[in-house]
Ligand binder design. Structure first.
Ligand SMILES: Cc1cc2nc3c(=O)[nH]c(=O)nc-3n(C[C@H](O)[C@H](O)[C@H](O)COP(=O)(O)OP(=O)(O)OC[C@H]3O[C@@H](n4cnc5c(N)ncnc54)[C@H](O)[C@@H]3O)c2cc1C
Length: 315
């Protein structure tokens, strides 16, 4: 259990009263905000519509020692069954939009969904992001996770990122300060920073070529991935020189279940929620996968999914 400062619930109530322009939800089941459809209640979930409110929650929580978790569209998250003590800041498309700032340059708010960004880029005849079609996250989440597919990754387009720090300062960090590598960025290790937006440098392209490439990638996803069931995408990072799916298959675990969590029979790199899965089911299944893959292939798999929250509800 996280050790919470005394009176933290009163602090959250007072904080919520100061928010001018946010959706405020109490004891909100995180299963409503994650693509896995799993997760116990967050004490307070705030969906800010202004940078001011975003800053107020982030800074005041940090100042008071109350945990404040930042999320985007919840598509890479597993929230444990006991939920989250403290506040969750969910950056949504309500926060900011997409602004062209040069012939091939876009400034994009963190809460913007990649799907919206892709559609806009295509309309503006800007190429480079086609690989991201079908990644269901937000721009902030994509930057934090360095989301990628089909040999592309968002890091290759990011020139700088607008951040908010725990003192409430807003500033830009250049790409070479962001420690991007495979599914990695500085934001996974610096919980004193929040992504507010990103500047992306695209290339000029032709609308029909961009559309065609996006359709091709979408078709490949549809063919290979279990998109009909809730999941958080690939459960594990790709190990050097290999792929997770074949390793899990070789370990005899394709289709293997723990409770409502199952290794997808369509793509063994995905864990799907077949209905009513708990976070405990998913975590136990991940443990089995890690152990069996190591026994059979000697490879130690690392989770790609970010796990948050408490095992048990508060008494
Ligand atoms: C069906 C499916 C397919 C997927 N395919 C892919 C794929 O091909 N490639 C891929 O890379 N991923 C894939 N994913 C995983 C996921 O969509 C990406 O990791 C995505 O970038 C996560 O974005 P999000 O907004 O949902 O982030 P969340 O899941 O909400 O958060 C993920 C992490 O980012 C942090 N974060 C989010 N927003 C911010 C912010 N503004 N500031 C600081 N930190 C932040 C969170 O704290 C958390 O640690 C897939 C997921 C699903 C469900």
């Amino acid at each position: 259990m996280a050790v919470m400062p005394e009176g933290y619930r009163e602090f959250l109530k007072e904080l919520a009263q100061t928010l001018k322009d946010s959706k405020v939800l109490w004891n909100e089941p995180m299963s409503r905000h994650t693509s896995f459809r799993i997760g116990g209640p967050a004490d307070l979930l705030v969906i800010p519509r202004s940078v001011e409110d975003t800053g107020r929650v982030f800074v005041e929580c940090r100042r008071s020692g109350v945990p404040c978790y930042v999320m985007g569209n919840g598509t890479n998250l597993l929230v444990r069954d006991g939920g989250i003590r403290g506040a969750v800041l969910k950056l949504s498309p309500d926060l900011d939009g997409i602004v062209p700032t040069g012939e091939t340059v876009l400034e994009v708010g963190a809460g913007t969904l990649l799907s919206e960004l892709l559609d806009t880029a295509c309309e503006l005849e800007l190429s480079g992001l086609e690989f991201a079609v079908g990644i269901p996250g937000s721009v902030g989440g994509a930057v934090a996770m360095n989301a990628g597919a089909y040999d592309g990754e968002i890091a290759s387009l990011v020139s700088r990122v607008k951040v908010l720090d725990q003192e409430g300062r807003v500033f830009w960090l250049d790409r070479d300060e962001l420690s991007f590598s495979y599914r990695e960025s500085i934001f996974q290790h610096r919980n004193d920073l929040l992504v507010l937006g990103a500047e992306l440098r695209m290339a000029k392209g032709k609308k029909e070529n961009i559309r065609h490439q996006m359709e091709e990638y979408a078709r490949r996803r549809q063919e290979k991935q279990p998109l009909d069931l809730p999941s958080a995408g690939s459960a594990f990072r790709r190990p050097p020189g290999g792929y997770v799916g074949p390793l899990v298959e070789r370990a005899g675990l394709k289709g293997f279940s723990v409770g409502g969590a199952r290794v997808s029979p369509k793509h063994a790199g995905f864990i799907v929620n077949t209905g009513g899965a708990s976070a405990r089911d998913v975590l136990q299944l991940m443990d089995v996968i890690v152990r069996r893959v190591y026994e059979v292939s000697g490879v130690i798999l690392q989770p790609e999914i970010v796990v948050l929250g408490e095992d048990e509800l508060p008494q």
